[in-house]
Write a protein that binds this ligand. Structure first.
Ligand SMILES: O=C(O)[C@H](O)[C@@H](O)[C@H](O)[C@H](O)COP(=O)(O)O
Length: 276
């Protein structure tokens, strides 16, 4: 039985640039706090314009070097199923703007599989699920590797995600989970392959909603008036199958980090007012 999710907080920012810079500042501070407490920290990255801009803002921040990046674990919420190093790959974009500049430990960086390594997205998804289970076992000593369960969502069958970043598409998709499609309905798998993504490229690998919701904190980082409808519906409590952005719920907290354009249709009763 999964624990009830934590509270939702909405922070509205005046512009894309301020959103990226403040989200970067929050991430640096969060990783520092977790490292002080636990010696290491784990973040799940997202692709997309705002997601990558946030990573660039991290490396541009004077506080960037305060984090011991060699003790940060990096996972991805989704990935385009493209050859390693393809410029459209979420991992390649993250490496270009951040990971190749901050002294990460390669053993702690976990990109999703590519067509160079796997025959199809389902095989890449199964491999990622196994990587997650291996990491979980390492966090829960005593779990024998041959007993790893990558099919059931058992809350301690996943590594601890301190912060999981998500963008939102204009259609309300998150990661590579799209409205009314199979992936958003999956409840008994950690990771899924997607081969008919409405957002190009068509083939992708994605964490499932239950895996996303195993995170301590989920941060929805959203900019632009084209997302206002999806943000408004999600915060108004839409059904996640129709509006996947309504589904994410961190175990401790769900942060909506949005700019004014994306906030245009936030239900009045939820609007906490003021820029962050
Ligand atoms: O692989 C991807 O494309 C992303 O993971 C995807 O979920 C993205 O975050 C949203 O589509 C928002 O993208 P934009 O910020 O570019 O609109």
């Amino acid at each position: 039985m999964s624990p009830a999710p934590g509270p939702v907080r909405i922070n509205i920012h005046p512009s894309f640039d301020v959103l990226a810079a403040t989200t970067a500042a929050r991430l640096i501070t969060k990783l520092l706090d977790v490292q002080n407490e636990r010696g290491e920290a784990t973040v799940v990255l997202t692709g997309g314009t705002v997601g990558i801009a946030t990573l660039k803002a991290v490396v541009d921040s004077p506080a960037c070097s305060a984090v011991d990046w060699s003790k940060v674990n990096f996972w991805w919420g989704d990935e385009r199923f493209l050859p390693v190093g393809d410029p459209e790959s979420n991992a390649k974009q993250a490496r270009d703007v951040l990971l190749d500049k901050i002294g990460v430990d390669p053993a702690r960086v976990h990109p999703m599989g590519s067509p160079d390594q796997f025959a199809d997205t389902q095989a890449a998804a199964a491999d990622y699920a196994r990587q997650l289970a291996v990491a979980a076992a390492a966090e829960h000593p005593g779990t024998e590797e041959e007993n790893l369960d990558t099919t059931a969502i058992v809350w301690n069958a996943l590594p601890r995600f301190d912060v999981l970043l998500l963008g939102i598409g204009p259609d309300g998709h998150i990661a590579s989970l799209f409205p009314e499609m199979a992936g958003i309905r999956v409840r008994n798998e950690l990771v899924v392959g997607v081969d008919n993504s409405p957002k190009p490229p068509p083939s992708r690998v994605s964490l499932t909603l239950p895996t996303i919701n195993s995170a301590q904190e989920v941060w929805m980082v959203v900019s632009g008036s084209d997302k206002a409808g999806a943000v408004g519906l999600a915060l108004a409590g839409a059904n996640p199958v129709q509006v996947p952005a309504a589904g994410p719920a961190g175990r401790v907290k769900t942060l909506w980090l949005i700019d004014q354009d994306a906030a245009a249709k936030v239900p009045e009763n939820l609007f906490l007012g003021g820029a962050s």
